[in-house]
Design a protein around this ligand. Structure first.
Ligand SMILES: Nc1ncnc2c1ncn2[C@@H]1O[C@H](COP(=O)(O)OP(=O)(O)O)[C@@H](O)[C@H]1O
Ligand SMILES: [Mg+2]
Length: 387
């Protein structure tokens, strides 16, 4: 899929921006803080309905403004769609999503319209940090190819929170938990199993494809990357159902403040030549592994849907040596890519791309973008109504 148009209005430091990106590689370069990542964030918003950073919706609205919008026109293999996100801060930020000018009722309806893969320096955390980062990676990936997965995640989370609330209340009042707890445990088991099955299936694909890509980027045939899904409950061993286990664990779970089993406790184990990467891998190996996971995600999307996603590479080129950088650029030929870097020179001898200079014009409090040295006009596609 290809993004044909991007239009931002009071989004972060963009007062207004209108951009028709190239079908291939688009390079955005400019000083720190000029708005490069903000642009990728806007694309991410239109893909998954939220930021890729740890950030509240209200922070995406330009300071002092009543609302923000980002809208994209996306050309898929057979259809064209327009997605628009509007944010209006208040006591709670109101977020609405519009597909082809119609407001949608559920976030799940936007999943899969724009599939994107984002890779940034923080993705090193996929290897270094705790399991939550890896679960988020899987969830964001699978949600883009399966709306039912996204819904299962939402339902699981609701049931999980309700069960916790019942347990807390029972402790507060020093009594047995409300009998309704059994219904929520049943739902946790049902949706939990659906989540596990999808995650396991995708992990096996990522492991196979990721290893192939790792070897290509690193040029090392002797290094084997493997990724395994580690569930906190063994679904394939039916001796005790998850529902029964949750019932049995109520007291312990109350003490811990969380259910001890379920997809919210699962993890991915990454190893290189059968050794845990978290414990043994070098920084460079971790970086290559993280990139391999993301490129595997891109290939799997293509394999499953018949279309490449849009690739967003945030500040990662300068961290790769020249060989790896060139290997990467070869691999993404034919994929619409947005690359941000501080220096155009990061692209070295690679010629097949279009550059944009991102500049913040401080005195006007406005940001501009120039394409091949020419300042771009910045009208909006639809004037949003924030009254
Ligand atoms: N809500 C906002 N309103 C106005 N400016 C913002 C807002 N959020 C972030 N910024 C500005 O955006 C800039 C950071 O943009 P970013 O895209 O992360 O930069 P970079 O080009 O380094 O990737 C900072 O100058 C910051 O002050
Ligand atoms: Mg940045």
């Amino acid at each position: 899929m290809i993004i044909e148009k991007i239009s931002l209005h009071y989004f972060r430091n963009y007062e207004e921006l209108f951009l028709q990106p190239h079908e291939g590689i688009n390079i955005f370069f400019g000083k720190n803080g000029s708005g490069k990542t903000n642009l990728l964030e806007a694309v991410h918003y239109c893909s998954l309905g939220k930021s890729h950073r740890i950030s509240q919706d209200q922070n995406a609205v330009m300071i002092g403004k009543k609302g923000a919008s980002c809208s994209l026109t996306i050309k898929g293999s057979s259809v064209k769609n327009e997605i628009e996100i509007r944010l209006q801060p208040g006591v709670e930020t109101v977020k609405t999503v519009w597909i082809n000018q119609k407001k949608i009722g559920r976030l799940s309806e936007m999943m899969g319209i724009l599939r994107c893969v984002i890779f940034s320096p923080e993705d090193l955390n996929l290897i270094k940090e705790g399991p939550a980062v890896r679960r988020k990676f899987l969830d964001m990936m699978i949600s883009q190819i399966s709306r039912s997965y996204f819904i299962a995640l939402q339902q699981y989370r609701i049931a999980y929170n309700q069960r916790n609330a019942i347990l807390r209340q029972a402790r507060l009042e020093n009594r047995r938990p409300d009998s309704m707890i059994a219904d929520f445990e049943k739902e946790m088991a049902e949706y939990g199993q659906a989540i596990y099955r999808e995650r396991k299936k995708i992990t096996d694909l990522i492991s196979e494809k990721g290893n192939e890509i790792y070897r290509k980027i690193s040029g090392r045939e002797t290094e084997n990357l493997s990724i395994a899904y580690h569930p906190s409950y063994s679904w394939d061993d039916e001796t005790e159902s998850m529902e029964k286990l949750l019932e049995k664990n109520r007291d312990d779970d109350l003490r811990q403040g969380t259910a001890s089993v379920g997809p919210h406790r699962d993890d991915l184990l990454l190893s290189l030549n059968h050794k845990s990467m978290k414990l043994y891998a070098s920084q460079g190996q971790m970086r290559t592994a993280a990139l391999s996971l993301k490129l595997a995600q891109m290939d799997i999307f293509q394999h499953i849907t018949g279309e490449y996603p849009v690739l967003l590479l945030d500040d990662v080129l300068s961290e790769l040596d020249l060989d790896r950088r060139m290997n990467l650029l070869k691999m993404i030929e034919g994929v619409q890519t947005f690359i941000t870097c501080s220096d155009e020179g990061d692209l070295a001898d690679y010629h097949n791309y279009r550059t944009y200079q991102v500049q913040s014009v401080q005195e006007k409090g406005k940001m501009t973008m120039t394409k091949a040295g020419v300042e771009m006009k910045t009208p909006v596609l639809h004037e949003p109504d924030f009254s």
